[in-house]
Design a binder for this molecule. Structure first.
Ligand SMILES: [Fe+2]
Ligand SMILES: [Fe+2]
Length: 137
């Protein structure tokens, strides 16, 4: 059985397949990183954090295209919120090194990965979810 550290609550599903798939993929990466850190597989955890950073950036690009295509009215604000998250991402690599050196607990680093994802999925994307729901009715 795979151990799960973090699950995305169902009410955070946006209702757009590509976006929800991306978020689910990022959740999987967070869990894999957590397991690698817990097992002190530091080579793997560094690689997974890099995948997470790339995955977040890729997700933001995909999402911004979708927002544009659906004529989402708060596109600029949403892009700005993505930029805020992007600024925090490189720090995760340094913090991974701190975990390796024993300066930080592995679960604190995982909380930071979760914060980065939630800042997008919870804070920003919920506005898009409301917009999508209204478009459909
Ligand atoms: Fe977003
Ligand atoms: Fe998102």
């Amino acid at each position: 059985m795979t151990r799960t550290i973090f699950e995305l609550p169902n009410d955070l599903l946006i209702g757009h397949m590509l976006i929800d798939d991306d978020h689910a993929k990022l959740v999987r990466l967070i869990n894999e990183t957590g397991l690698a850190l817990q097992d002190k597989q530091y080579h793997d955890s560094t690689r997974l954090i890099m995948d997470f950073i790339d995955g977040m950036k890729h997700h933001f690009n995909t999402e911004e295209t979708i927002l544009q295509e659906t004529n989402f009215p708060w596109l600029e604000e949403h892009i700005a919120s993505h930029r805020q998250v992007i600024l925090k991402l490189p720090r995760l690599i340094d913090e991974c090194e701190e975990v390796m050196d024993g300066g930080q607990a592995w679960n604190e680093l995982i909380d930071k990965l979760i914060d980065c994802l939630m800042e997008d999925a919870f804070k920003a994307d919920m506005v898009f979810k409301t917009f999508l729901t209204e478009q459909r009715t």
